[in-house]
Design a protein around this ligand. Sequence first.
Ligand SMILES: *Cc1c(COP(=O)(O)O)cnc(C)c1O
Length: 385
Amino acid sequence: MKTISFNKVWLTGNEKNYITQALSEGKTCGNGNFTHKCQSFFEEKLGSCKCLLTTSCTDALEMCAMLAGIQPGDEVIVPSYTFVSTALAFVRQGARIVFADSRMDNPCIDEQKLEALVTPRTRAIVPVHYAGIACDMDVILAVAERHNLLVIEDAAQAIDSFYKGRPLGSIGHLAAFSFHETKNIQCGEGGLLAINDPRFVKRSEILWEKGTNRAEFFRGEINKYGWVDTGSSFLPPEYVAAFLWAQLEALDSIQQKRKEIWNMYYQNLQGISSLSLPVLPDYATNNAHAFYAVCATPEERTALIRYLKSHGVYSVFHYLSLHKSDFVKNQKWEVEELPQADKYTDCLVRFPLFYALEPDEVKYICEQIKSFYTSERDEASFGER
Ligand SMILES: *Cc1c(COP(=O)(O)O)cnc(C)c1O
C-alpha cells in the first residue's frame, strides 16, 4: 500500500548552490551577505523598521520578551491553544501567563474576551495567527492601546498572509516568524524577529549580538565594541541564511502550490455534516500553512486518524491546551476553563499538506475521509455520539 506522510521537506534545488557560494566567501558566522539579503526581503515585504534573522522563532520570541522588558510579576496574555514557545519565551523572563480562549469559529485568540483578562500587571498580548489565518488585529490593538500594552505577533505560521491588506508580522510592535522544516518556508531550524516600533531597533541588535554593540562597530559607527546590555547569541550562520534565501526566492511558487492543495481539500470535503472546515473571517487571507478540520467528538477524531492510517494516510492532531499542561499545573497559577481551546485540543485534525503532494493524492485522501464518514459511521466505530 502506498503511504502519504503528513509532511515532506521540499528543496528548490538552489540551496546547495547558495551554501557553496556562502562558503566560498570565506565567512561562515552570521550577519553576512545572505543574512542581509533575507532581512531586507522581510523589511521590504513587511515595511518593518528592522528584521533580524534568528536561529528559531522561539529565539525571536525570547528576544521579544527581553525587548518588552518583561520582569517577574508581569503578566502576558497568550492563547492556550498554541505551541509551547509562545508562552515559554515570556516565562523565562519571569512572567506569569494569563491564558486566553480561542474563537468559536477558528483557533485564533478570542479578541472579544481579551479585555476581561487585563490587570494592572499586564504588559503584553501575544496573538498567534493559527494556520496563517489572521487574528482580529484591530480589536486587539485597541485593547492594547487602552491599557498601554505591547502587541507581539506570533507569526510563526503566517508568512505571506494578510489582515485587511496588511502583512501579518507588520502589525504588532514586534513579531516572530519560524522557518522550521514544518513551515511554508524553511531552513531546518530558523526564525526572524520583525521590529515595527523604532524604539526597539537599537537594543534589538545588541541583544542579538551577545549584549555587545558589535553591529554598530561593523557599520563603522563606533571604533570599538564592548559589553553594553544583556543578550545572547541569536544569529544563525551564513550557510543557514544561504539555504533560507533559496527558499525565499521560491516563495511565490511555493505559496501557489500550497494554495492549490488547500483549495482541493476545501472543495472536496464540503458536505460532511460532522466535520467542520476552516473558517476564514473576511478580514483574513489564507497562506495555506495547514489544512485542518474539526471533528464532532474526540472519539470521532481518534477513529478518523486511525482509519486514514490504515489506508496509508498520516493525519495528525495538534496542540494540547497549555493551561492544562503539567508545567502550568506546577506553577499553581489560577486558570479558568477555556472550552474552545479544549475543543480544538480534542477535535482538531490536520491532513497532509506539502509542496510535492500530488493532486491525485489529495483526491485519494479526500475519498478516504468521505468513505470513513459514510461506511464507518453506521458501525459506531467511534463510540457514543
Ligand atoms: C512553529 C511554531 C513556533 C516555534 O517555531 P521554532 O522556529 O521551531 O522555534 C512557535 N509558535 C508557533 C505558533 C509555531 O507554529
